[in-house]
Design a protein around this ligand. Structure first.
Ligand code: MN
Length: 235
């Protein structure tokens, strides 16, 4: 397409801003392309959710604009059982299809701390009915995220402590070394289903200890070397 032609594009209304995430230690921001998530990826959480171990990873997704860095997050409608899921999040600087496990980490731009907010009541109903998880997982503000730390600064967090507190009480505490599928394995497996792109984020699953959040709750989540994230649910 010629330059002239490009300049002549006329949208029927102004497109929304590209969702983006801060990059720790820089003024630059990371533009979000897609948000993928892994279902149960820690043995103890798989047990608490009643699924068996070392099944192939189950993937779902959230819209890019579900990512947020708000100090106060609205308590979502249509649920009476909102759950927190502390997760290591992979941020990709390049992608591809059928990426070999041995080359997967070359695609990593950095890592962030995320909370996969989940309407657990809707998820339970979806599982029972064999329906998609969209309303349980992909709602507005369902992906609070810390700034991304470049891999050059934090390394690949293979045995990092991951921790989530609600109102100062520890609810989730584990090591990323407890993940059933490693960062490289997740990228490789996901790329068999989707051609991954620069800007993709991947939530890697949560350890055990998931539980309900109430309006007014203060959530603090951290991963050693990667960073931390905190927010309050609106009253
Ligand atoms: Mn999750």
């Amino acid at each position: 397409m010629s330059k002239r032609r490009t300049e002549s594009i006329e949208y029927v209304f102004a497109p929304g801003a590209t969702p983006a995430v801060a990059v720790a230690g820089t003024e630059a921001i990371f533009p979000v392309n897609r948000v993928y998530c892994v279902g149960s990826n820690y043995r103890e959480h798989a047990r608490e959710m009643g699924s068996s171990l070392r099944e192939p990873p189950c993937f779902f997704s959230k819209p890019a604009d579900a990512v947020c860095a708000l100090e106060t997050i609205p308590y979502p409608p249509m649920t009476h059982n909102l759950h927190h899921e502390a997760e290591l999040v992979i941020a990709l600087s390049s992608g591809g299809a059928d990426i070999p496990v041995g080359q997967a980490l070359e695609r990593v731009f950095g890592y962030a701390v995320g909370v996969d907010l989940t309407r657990r009541d809707l998820q339970a109903e979806s599982k029972k009915q064999g329906r998609p998880w969209t309303t349980a997982k992909a709602f507005d503000h369902s992906a609070p995220l810390s700034a991304i730390r470049r891999v050059a600064e934090c390394g690949d967090p293979e045995n990092a402590s991951i921790r989530l507190e609600v109102n100062g009480e520890v609810r989730q505490e584990a090591s990323t070394g407890d993940m059933t599928w490693s960062v490289g394995e997740i990228i490789a497996e996901l790329s068999r289903y989707f051609e991954l792109k620069a800007g993709d984020l991947i939530f890697t699953g949560t350890p055990s200890g998931v539980g309900p959040l109430l309006p007014g709750d203060r959530v603090e989540c951290s991963i050693d070397a990667v960073g931390s994230l905190s927010f309050t649910l609106e009253e």
